[in-house]
Design a protein around this ligand. Structure first.
Ligand SMILES: [Zn+2]
Length: 242
């Protein structure tokens, strides 16, 4: 009788150690590199260890490139605490936060007023949600205006402009089938010329779904300095414009 070896739960290649997750549903071997440097292999059940090793080894150059990119970005920004005097970003600048007993103007619990952010005191755990609601509304207004401005230049008008939380991996995405373009609300934290780049990029996808030469030609016609903007956007974090 032969004993079946227990499946490995980690795999070390040179100086890199991957956690291995086995899955009955997966068909292909996948690798992920976390911003914090965690390495994972997602493996279909029953893939032989030798096969797993050779696939991972072939992808080591990509893994090292990713790790170097993340290292160059530095540690991820600390989560905001919404305390008095903290600085919060908006359109590429930062503004001090003031906790107030009674918000002025419209009375919204979070808003930029007279050059500073105001937040109603005592929101505690809901402060972040109030801030995200404000940022999202600003992003929707600014990005819609941007789409209006660039749609005639790019020669493509979407049926829907959606602003929402697109997660940690994407700034924007174009759904050519439904002619809708979606953007991450966090774009509004960045400087306006970077928002413009993401808008032009997604509008261009209404013509060209892929990143082929024709796609980039179209972007270049509208925005000759798109390369510099793309590089600056990449320096803002690991999200991609897809
Ligand atoms: Zn794209």
């Amino acid at each position: 009788m032969r004993l079946r070896a227990a499946p490995i739960d980690s795999l070390t290649m040179d100086d890199l150690t991957f956690a291995v997750r086995w899955s009955k549903r997966r068909r292909t071997i996948g690798l992920t590199v976390g911003r914090d440097g965690t390495l994972r292999v997602l493996a279909p059940a029953r893939v032989p260890a030798r096969k797993l090793e050779s696939v991972v080894r072939a992808k080591l150059p990509w893994v090292r490139r990713k790790l170097a990119e993340f290292e160059a970005l530095g540690p991820p920004p600390a989560p905001k605490r919404f305390v008095d005097g903290e600085r919060l970003p908006y359109l590429g600048r930062s503004y001090a936060l003031a906790l107030v007993d009674r918000p002025s103007g419209s009375g919204a619990p979070f808003a930029l007023r007279r050059g500073r952010f105001e937040l109603s005191r005592g929101l505690d755990g809901e402060a972040r949600a109030a801030a995200v609601a404000w940022y999202t509304a600003r992003a929707q207004a600014l990005i819609e205006a941007d789409v209006q401005r660039y749609a005639p230049v790019v020669g493509a008008s979407p049926d829907a402009v959606v602003v929402r939380d697109l997660g940690k991996r994407r700034w924007g995405v174009c759904e050519a089938r439904t002619r809708s373009v979606s953007f991450h609300w966090e774009l509004v934290l960045l400087s306006p010329d970077l928002i413009d780049y993401v808008v032009v990029h997604e509008l261009a996808h209404l013509h060209e779904p892929n990143h082929g030469p024709r796609f980039w030609r179209r972007v270049e016609e509208v925005m000759p300095d798109w390369r510099a903007r793309r590089a600056r956007l990449a320096a803002c974090g690991p999200r991609q414009v897809v």
